[in-house]
Design a protein around this ligand. Structure first.
Ligand code: PEP
Ligand code: MN
Length: 337
């Protein structure tokens, strides 16, 4: 339920109402925007009567929220949320680009690529240390050592670290060493992991599940937020469809849809959607055009010999050219890059 206040509502009146509602067992999310001031109520509001609430002089209108997600709902927070990742703001005017290899292979590899992508304008770096592979016989990542190498690459470049977590027992280490914790597509509905991440205050990059609807995806964000962690960024990375030419089908319509339904930032990963490096460029451009707040792009210095996802990785020089094109598109849509 949303309680919207009148322009001239006094702080004391709002505080009094907040107190009363909290005593009735509701959680209140106050949102003070430039154009609106409101309370979002979480709890069983079915017994609350709209006309009883309207009796309060400071209240302008009261609405019930139809969607099952509350904290992630744009109605709760009409303005775009901005998530601060170690000083890099995701969700504001500037489109942020996360780039790096699928998996961390060596200290030289990840540091070298981080230097290259930084030079091209990337503002965060990625690299998988714990890899969710379809086959148990495929490279599973360097694990803790990979995190050490990512830290070395950060020390060399200053770029914040984005890397995937696969199990809750690693949270302590990730909170210590990682700036943006990625929850991969395969774990989007690992609810126990989401609940544990909700207890931290670390930014979380929540990828869309392979066959998840937009509502299911936002509900997973709600799991993290329900624990008190509002620092959630969504990532569209392609979904399963009948089409087999591409690795996945990039659902570009999800970007404006999420923007309408939620205040959370949303970025696009064209690499895992396409599965082919030559398609990453047009899809990245399209993502910026439809309003993505950022991109996640796989870049490798030697894709032919990459231990994971070489076929979809851009070489650093191609990535640099793409960044130049993206800057022009960003400007047309009123953004910066
Ligand atoms: C990745 O980013 O390397 C990855 C495994 O992504 P996804 O979870 O989208 O498949
Ligand atoms: Mn990958």
């Amino acid at each position: 339920m949303i309680i919207v206040f009148k322009q001239n509502a006094q702080a004391e009146e709002k505080a009094r109402l907040k107190n009363k509602l909290e005593q009735q067992g509701f959680q209140i999310h106050a949102s003070e925007g430039v154009n609106s001031s409101l309370f979002g109520l979480v709890g069983d509001t079915s017994a609350l009567s709209i006309s009883d609430l309207m009796v309060n002089d400071c209240v302008d209108k009261v609405m019930r929220v139809q969607e099952p997600f509350k904290r992630a709902n744009r109605a709760f927070h009409p303005e775009n949320s901005i998530v601060n990742v170690d000083g890099v703001e995701i969700g504001g005017k500037k489109i942020q680009v996360i780039a790096g290899p699928c998996s961390v292979e060596s200290i030289e590899q990840v540091t070298g690529i981080a230097q290259d992508v930084k030079l091209a304008g990337a503002t965060l770096m990625r690299g998988g240390a714990f890899k969710p592979r379809t086959s148990p016989y495929s490279f599973q990542g360097l694990k803790e050592l990979g995190l050490d190498y990512l830290k070395a690459a950060k020390a060399a470049t200053g770029l914040p670290i984005v890397t995937e977590i696969m199990s809750a027992d690693k949270i302590e280490r990730f909170v210590e060493d990682v700036d943006l914790i990625q929850v991969g597509a395969r774990n989007m509905q690992n609810f126990e992991l989401l609940k544990e991440l909700g207890k931290t205050n670390k930014p979380i990059l929540l990828k869309r599940g392979l066959s998840a609807t937009i509502e299911e995806w936002i509900m997973s964000a709600e799991y993290i937020m329900a624990g008190g962690n509002d620092n959630v960024i969504l990532c569209e990375r392609g979904i399963r469809t009948f089409e087999s030419f591409t690795r996945n089908t990039l659902d570009l319509s999800a970007i404006p849809a999420v923007k309408k339904l939620s205040h959370l930032p949303v970025i696009v990963d064209p690499s895992h959607a396409a599965g082919m490096w030559w398609m990453v460029e047009p899809l990245a451009k399209a993502a910026v055009a439809v309003g993505a707040d950022g991109l996640l792009i796989e870049v490798h210095n030697d894709p032919e010999h990459a231990r994971c996802d070489g076929a979809q990785s851009l070489k650093p020089d191609r990535f640099a050219n793409l960044m130049q094109d993206l800057r022009n598109i960003a400007q047309i849509v009123g953004r910066e890059l």
